[in-house]
Design a protein around this ligand. Structure first.
Ligand code: NAD
Length: 498
């Protein structure tokens, strides 16, 4: 059985808990590898490597650090095919989607290539008599990232791309479900010229995560995953005096106004609801048509589109989506489908029992559609994270606006309309962090920032863009005077600039 190891100080290293995680091929349901789970001692070894690399890396000028990012980008692009296959083989998403996952991460690396420019501080000449004031952004030190299974390429790169470019050294604890790609990325970072110890990977579960939270030399934690764990990391990380940003779950709504371009809406919806088997925090699992006519038309058009959809193994170029990540997750999604029907929603298309010939043990779920879902249902309130689309009918714009605004999650939302004024008002008033206007998956570009509201994110700063730079740096402000040999009297009054 292939064993997946930690990557510490530029070398492969075994974890020593004696516990392992099983890594499956979701297409076949067969175990393909095992990943060793780390103890606090293993986490400490990674931190010690990161600490040893820190002084040299901090002192490396920003342009040289940027060159490592340029090299890394070129290496990832040169190896894209291998990396996308590796990702798909453990996650189950189709190859084209795996390329997209890696490409969205690379866009953050491209932003990080411009780090010399964004790290420039502020300067005020003559803030007082002979006094100049300037500020600089300095790295925090050793920082950590804890990432989910659903974007094993993009999300680690969101974090280590910015953190390392800013001069920090990094400890990454990726998901134990698809741990191979993050190790390959760390190997490529070494090849790109990042000294050993700048990017370390430790695998594991709660034991490793708790060791990260408790480690006194880790200055900040960036987390992405489900909301309960995000809150746990935020509460305990900040209690240990760390800077923490913790992104959580989601339940994104797509509001369809009666004047929307229905052909486009249907195409956008099926991609956003079912792509990657619905395992995206920016998926669109809830659609809110406004008015009965809109709802009936939408439903009528969705059904044939869903029936045409091709579910297949992740290497099938024709497949629109592949299996979900694990047998447990498949069961969880199917339980939600059963619950939805029990709660009284109309199960229009049921994806349970879907099988693919030759892959009967794979974790496939067919596209599922519910209509007449209401806000009191648990299946509406909770995140399902599978290929399940729920229609919640609204009578008016106000009712449609209230639904995502009042939901416990506030990651993303989309509105489909031809009315600019309605779209503008919706974008201004909706209580959600990222808004799409005729854009179903409004994941912001790398030089803007990513982050939800409410239970979708804990902490104040978003991922990547300037918010990412702020998260991974601290500001130092210098007030400087170069007197010309004159000694001034002591002053016991707070200095003011008159
Ligand atoms: P998860 O919360 O189960 O795991 C995330 C990380 O936390 C993993 O590294 C895992 O090992 C670790 N972890 C799991 N249980 C833990 C525990 N009890 N104590 C400490 N650490 C623990 O999430 P997942 O299933 O890997 O990913 C899917 C979730 O991530 C969904 O809820 C999805 O919405 C969310 N997500 C959010 C965003 C966002 O930006 N808001 C992006 C992607 C995914």
């Amino acid at each position: 059985m292939r064993a997946i190891h930690n990557f510490i100080d530029g070398k492969s290293a075994s974890a020593d808990s004696g516990r392992v995680g099983r890594v499956y091929n979701p297409n076949t349901g067969a175990q393909q590898a095992e990943v060793g789970f780390s103890t606090a001692r293993n986490v400490d070894a990674a931190v010690q490597a990161a600490l040893a690399a820190l002084p040299g890396w901090m002192a490396t000028n920003p342009q040289r650090r940027a060159r490592v990012m340029f090299n890394f980008k070129a290496l990832v692009e040169a190896n894209m095919d291998e990396l996308a296959h590796l990702l798909s083989s453990e996650h189950g998403k189709v190859i084209a989607d795996s390329r997209g996952d890696i490409q969205r991460g690379l866009e953050v690396i491209e932003f990080a290539c411009g780090i010399p420019h964004v790290l420039k501080g502020e300067y005020t000449e003559g803030a007082g008599p002979g006094i100049d004031v300037y500020s600089m952004r300095q790295p925090l030190g050793v920082v950590a990232g804890i990432t989910p299974f659903n974007f094993p390429g993009m999300i680690p790169m969101w974090m280590f791309g910015i953190a390392i470019a800013c001069g920090n050294t990094f400890v990454l604890k990726p998901s134990e479900k698809d741990p191979s790609l993050p190790v390959r990325l760390a190997e490529l970072m070494l090849e790109a010229g990042a000294p050993a110890g700048v990017l370390n990977v430790v695998h594991g579960d709660k034991e490793a995560v708790d060791a990260i939270i408790a480690h006194p030399d880790i200055k900040a934690i960036s987390f992405v995953g489900s909301s309960d764990i995000a809150h746990y990391i935020y509460a305990n990380g900040t209690a240990n005096n760390k800077r923490v940003q913790a992104m959580g779950g989601a339940k994104n709504h797509g509001v369809v106004l009666p004047d929307a371009d229905m052909d486009q809406v249907v195409k956008d919806l099926v991609g956003a609801a079912y792509g990657s088997a619905g395992e995206r925090c920016m998926a669109l699992p809830v659609v809110v048509p406004v008015g009965k006519k809109t709802a009936d038309e939408l439903r009528a058009r969705l059904i044939p589109e869903i029936e045409r959809m091709k579910v297949g193994i992740s290497t099938d170029p024709e497949a629109q989506y592949g299996p979900v990540v694990s047998a447990q997750h498949k069961q969880r999604v199917e339980d939600y489908i059963a619950l939805g029907a029990k709660e009284g929603a109309e199960l229009v298309r049921d994806g349970r029992g879907f099988t693919l010939q030759g892959y009967e043990e794979g974790y496939f779920i067919g596209p599922t559609l519910f209509d007449k879902v209401s806000t009191g249902m648990r299946t509406y309130q909770e995140e399902i994270f599978g290929p399940v689309l729920q229609i919640v009918r609204a009578e008016s714009f106000e009712e449609a606006l209230a639904l995502p605004s009042q939901h416990q999650y506030g990651n993303g939302v989309a509105i489909f309309t031809r009315n600019g004024r309605a779209a503008r008002e919706f974008a201004q008033r909706v209580n959600v962090g990222m808004v799409g206007i005729n854009v179903p998956i409004p994941v912001p570009v790398a030089y803007h920032t990513f982050g939800g509201w409410k239970r979708s994110a804990f902490g104040d700063t978003n991922q990547h863009g300037m918010e990412g730079v702020k998260f991974y740096t601290k500001v130092k402000t210098i007030t400087a005077r170069w007197p010309e040999g004159m000694t001034e009297d002591s002053s016991f009054v707070i200095p003011t600039m008159r």
